[in-house]
Design a protein around this ligand. Structure first.
Ligand SMILES: Nc1ncnc2c1ncn2[C@@H]1O[C@H](COP(=O)(O)OP(=O)(O)O)[C@@H](O)[C@H]1O
Ligand SMILES: [Mg+2]
Length: 329
């Protein structure tokens, strides 16, 4: 029934309607019923509502209703003038006091909203600067690597660039997402995979990538370890699975089940991870990082070495408060 009427208009009509009802009661009781009781307590309802919604403007309604009361008292009721006047004054005072109280509350709410908006802007600025600084680190590493001739050292630089980019990307996603504390994993993985192909100079024609990633949303606390693990696993496939320009395919799968458990899978059809590489007790930095970060996520890790390498991680999404929590990395 009220669907077409705006909330603000509805409030005005309600106050107006209640004032009219009060006037009708006053006139009806005084002139038609000829009773000497004035039902002035009804007058407080529209006056208090108006004071809550329209602040001190409610005094217009209070003055108007007081005048009506004065009018009916003078012409019909046998109420002494000082009593009528004091009733009217109390009504006006109620309108004034409630009006001031609601004005103060509105000001306090405005203040909170402004400071919240300022904090959001500040947080956005921080995310932006962190992302920029990390991109500067990446550029520095990239420039420095141009002077490195040792193949192993060069690989280490590439790996470090990949890790820095994975973290920078989390901040970029946080900055550009509406919610400054959560990221959409599907967009993140896609962008990160493209960046890693560029860092490792791998042609998309030679190694193709397929993804089946649900649009899971993660808080910053989980996004950074999760992003670093995926970055580590993708760069491993790019580095080790397809030696000597071998063609192949990488598959990244991520889905969340109804118990909020995320199933992550990075699979390739390359040469397969050597049997002596042990994920529970790795000798090398990449897999050690995967182990540490997986522990941080309380994730279980499994590896399959048939027809390439498949690494599966299962972990539960932990609720985080929407705040500026700093990640543990
Ligand atoms: N997808 C993969 N395919 C084949 N071998 C792999 C794969 N991932 C890891 N490996 C093997 O596991 C080893 C350890 O990996 P990692 O700890 O990341 O160290 P790094 O990448 O620096 O060699 C690699 O040297 C490689 O032999
Ligand atoms: Mg590695």
């Amino acid at each position: 029934m009220f669907a077409g009427i705006k909330k603000q208009n509805l409030k005005f009509y309600l106050v107006f309607f209640l004032v009219v009802v009060c006037v009708d009661i006053a006139l009806y009781v005084a002139f038609i019923k000829d009773v000497e009781i004035a039902y002035t307590h009804f007058f407080y309802v529209p006056v208090i509502l108006a004071a809550m919604w329209y602040r001190k403007k409610a005094m217009y309604a209070a003055v108007f209703l007081s005048s009506i009361y004065l009018f009916v008292s003078y012409y019909s009721l046998n109420v002494a003038l000082p009593v009528t006047v004091s009733t009217g004054v109390v009504l006006i005072m109620v309108a004034y006091v409630v009006g001031i109280a609601s004005e103060r509350q509105a000001k306090a709410e405005d203040l909170i909203e402004t400071s919240l908006r300022e904090k959001e802007l500040l947080l956005k600025e921080i995310r932006y600067r962190v992302k920029n600084n990390m991109q500067v680190i990446n550029s520095l590493l990239s420039l420095q690597s141009k002077y490195i001739t040792d193949k192993k050292a060069l690989e280490s630089f590439k790996e470090t660039r990949g890790r820095v980019l994975a973290m920078a990307l989390v901040h970029e996603e946080l900055y550009s997402s509406g919610d400054l504390s959560k990221i959409s994993v599907s967009h993140y993985i896609e962008t990160m995979a493209n960046q890693l192909f560029r860092v490792h100079n791998i042609d998309h024609e030679i190694v193709t990538i397929k993804t089946s990633v649900e649009d899971v949303v993660l808080g910053i606390d989980m996004a950074i370890p999760c992003g670093l693990i995926i970055s580590e696993l993708i760069s491993n496939t790019l580095k080790h699975a397809f030696p000597d320009g071998r063609r192949g395919e990488i598959f990244i799968g991520l889905h969340q089940d109804k118990d909020s458990i995320i199933h992550l899978m990075v699979k390739d059809n390359g040469m397969g991870m050597p049997q002596d590489v042990n994920l529970d007790d790795p000798d090398t930095l990449g897999l050690l990082l995967v182990k540490i970060l997986a522990r941080q996520l309380d994730a279980s890790v499994a590896v399959e070495r048939e027809g390439g390498t498949t690494i599966k991680l299962d972990f539960k999404v932990k609720e985080q408060p929407d705040s500026m929590i700093s990640p543990k990395v």
